[in-house]
Design a binder for this molecule. Sequence first.
Ligand code: C5P
Length: 214
Amino acid sequence: MLSGKRILVTSGPTHEPIDPVRYIANRSSGAQGTAIAEALRDLGADVVFVSGPAQVPAPAGVAVMRVETALEMLAAVEAALPVDAAVMAAAVADWRVRNAADQKMKKTAQGIPMLEFVENPDILQTLSHHAQRPALVVGFAAETENVIAHAQAKRARKGCDWILANDVSAATGIMGGTENAVHLITADHVEHWPRMAKSDVAARLATRIAQALA
Ligand code: C5P
């Protein structure tokens, strides 16, 4: 169904260094992005998998580009172009530390270090407005309240075609778990998918992508 199609998937968190031994990061196991890459591969796509430091192993049978930081992830994404479609499942850190130290920071009598932050580029938004924009760009929205409304606003703001929105509030147990409950949001409709295994979410998304690219 997807043979001859080249599809980019971003996955996992990014790590933004504070010093050589410390970092800030988002909570992301990489499970959903990995499952999506596997499902696209299983439909015959050529998958380019750009992954931050994830907890789950990268999928077999795909081209893996490993990165640490958001800036490295953006560079890897741009290096992977052109692609027919992109699924941006990574949990990218919104900020990096402006004053990251070259050497390990020490506890001193001078007191506690002050970190300054600078905004990271929005990779999804950059890709959605890129000269080599893929025909289909899919983003994620992890929300803890007003899931649909926030995700619809996010789709418009970022300029992507679809958003898979999920409720990651603690009570759902979705983060780090094996199941996901998502809503597929397009420019003109919202589909509520039942709660299912992350692998089933991935398979369903891969089928939808194959239909859209056909
Ligand atoms: O704005 P928010 O982080 O909630 O948006 C989530 C979506 O945007 C995900 O698809 C994520 O991969 C993508 N994103 C990105 N680069 C960023 C922040 C988010 O690609 N710096």
